[in-house]
Design a protein around this ligand. Structure first.
Ligand code: ADP
Ligand code: F6P
Length: 458
């Protein structure tokens, strides 16, 4: 079997001592996928070094070999906080109002991608399959080709691909997309993002795309395909009934004192629609004063990308909203929102999901959203909760039995909360059964197997 060389910006080195779980879909999914394969996971350590050396820190833990490099402060500023998270992230999540186009971000992005290529190239052996991940590393395939790497190289995008009319606002967009045509296969979370990519290739580059997603441009042939990512269903559903989950479940149920819990679990990111969610909940409390005190919202939101101003702003906005909503509705024995800014071990999260009657997964735009799938996997089959899901999450194309909402509409979300709270058990079970099959069958192992098979060209 060929080795797999996985390359991503962030590498989650397994650490049994760490109290909080890995946050972010990519880290969670790749950790699970790499256990299946012999190979190496290469990327940034998350640490700073004064001067870049390219020295590799190799570790083998829990069946996964990781190789990481440290980056200079300027790299982190221009590549990670800059081009990746101030330019591409907002643009790819349809927020051109937040996207910043700075020349030095673009050059930092290219420099770091070159550094990644130079550092990882010596690790690649002739039969290895190379799998590059996410928006931080769009041009890496081309840079590996420039270093003589002839292996099969695939790329998977974990976030949305924006419509052409938005993407063209990015300076040098053609140059960026052209580098991607050096991959053998390009994967997207859903058909929607795949179609947007193919549309761009046809309209802006003048390439052709056939019915099987085979792109032809000059002398290059690249396959583009949707591979919806899943969770490690087996591990997560087992964790949901384990001891740790059970005590987390008890803790939440006891502290809720008979109230129904609504749960939200999201990185503190403006794409997750948290202010709109809180405002919709506020509307629900105001419009349903008689049942308001029967519910409590637990929002778990670990801070993310804290050096970026838009992330500092979203944090301030939410703190303000939590204060004003709690101030307006709370009583001496009840606070409507519990707002928690920390990570939890995955088994504890599973217990919290299971103890919650409703999950609010209402991003304004999301490549997939694994929280929605984790919530479904953690439910008690005899008495499952209700998933309220944004139609703008990639997961909405698969979890069609969720209560689907437009997250921009406070009325719609408030109404969905009301419907979910009064939903008869038979309907909850029926909807859950519809979703659990998808979560189970289209899990992270299938995602990994399907992508690797396509990467092999089989
Ligand atoms: P994204 O990749 O944009 O963060 P996803 O919903 O796809 O969004 O993935 C988020 C992952 O991070 C999920 O597996 C979720 O359980 C995990 N996560 C989010 N918040 C926390 C938290 N507070 N503690 C532990 N894990 C978390
Ligand atoms: O899933 C999208 C994603 O951007 C991943 O690439 C990333 O690892 C995760 O969200 C969390 O973000 P970050 O690595 O910037 O903390």
């Amino acid at each position: 079997m060929s080795r797999l060389i996985v390359i991503s910006n962030r590498v989650s080195v397994p650490d049994k001592k760490k109290k909080d779980g890995a946050q972010g879909g990519l880290a969670v999914a790749l950790g699970a996928a790499l256990k299946e394969h012999r190979g190496i996971w290469f990327g940034w350590s998350g640490k700073e070094t004064e001067v870049f050396t390219g020295d590799l820190n190799m570790q083998r833990t829990d069946g996964i070999t990781t190789a990481t490099i440290d980056l200079e402060p300027q790299d982190i500023d221009e590549y990670y906080n800059g081009y990746a998270n101030r330019t591409l992230w907002p643009l790819f999540h349809f927020r051109i109002d937040l996207a910043e186009y700075e020349r030095q971000f673009g050059s930092g992005y290219e420099r770091v991608n070159e550094r990644f290529a130079t550092s990882v190239a010596p690790l690649i052996e002739p039969d290895d399959l190379v799998w590059v991940h996410d928006y931080h590393l769009l041009p890496l395939g081309k840079m590996l080709r420039d270093r003589g790497i002839k292996n099969r190289i695939g790329f998977f995008l974990h976030i949305p691909w924006p419509p052409t009319r938005l993407l063209v606002s990015l300076p040098f967009h053609e140059r960026l997309v052209l580098t991607m045509l050096e991959y053998d296969i390009i994967g997207f979370q859903t058909r929607e993002w795949l179609e947007s990519f193919c549309h761009y290739v046809e309209k802006e580059l003048g390439g052709t795309v056939d019915a099987d997603g085979v792109i032809r441009f000059e002398d290059r042939v690249v396959k583009a395909q949707a591979f919806p990512i899943g969770i490690d269903y087996e591990e997560f559903s087992r964790a949901a009934v384990g001891d740790t989950a059970r005590s987390a479940y008890e803790r939440l149920v006891q502290s809720a004192e008979g109230k129904k819990v609504l749960i939200g679990v999201d990185r503190l990111d403006y794409s997750k629609g948290l202010p709109d969610r809180f405002e919709a909940y506020d509307r629900f409390l105001t419009q349903n004063a008689e049942s308001a005190k029967d519910v409590v919202l637990l929002q778990i939101a670990p801070p993310s990308r804290e050096a970026v101003v838009t992330y500092q702003e979203i944090r301030e906005t939410l703190e303000g909203l939590t204060g004003s909503i709690n101030g307006a509705h709370a009583d001496i024995d009840w606070v409507p929102i519990r707002y928690v800014n920390r990570g939890y071990p995955r088994a504890e999260l599973a217990g919290f999901y299971r103890a919650s009657r409703i999950a609010l997964v209402t991003p304004l735009r999301d490549g997939m959203n694994l929280v929605a799938k984790e919530y479904v996997a953690a439910q008690d089959p005899e008495d499952p909760g209700v998933l309220i899901l944004s139609r703008f999450a990639g997961a909405a194309l698969q979890l069609t039995d969720a209560l689907m909402v437009n997250p921009h509409s406070g009325d719609e979300v408030s109404e969905a909360i009301r419907t979910a709270l009064s939903m008869p058990k038979e309907e909850r079970i029926r909807r859950w059964q519809g979703m659990i099959e998808t979560v189970k069958n289209e899990d992270v192992k299938k995602w990994q197997k399907d992508f690797v098979a396509a990467l092999k060209g089989s």
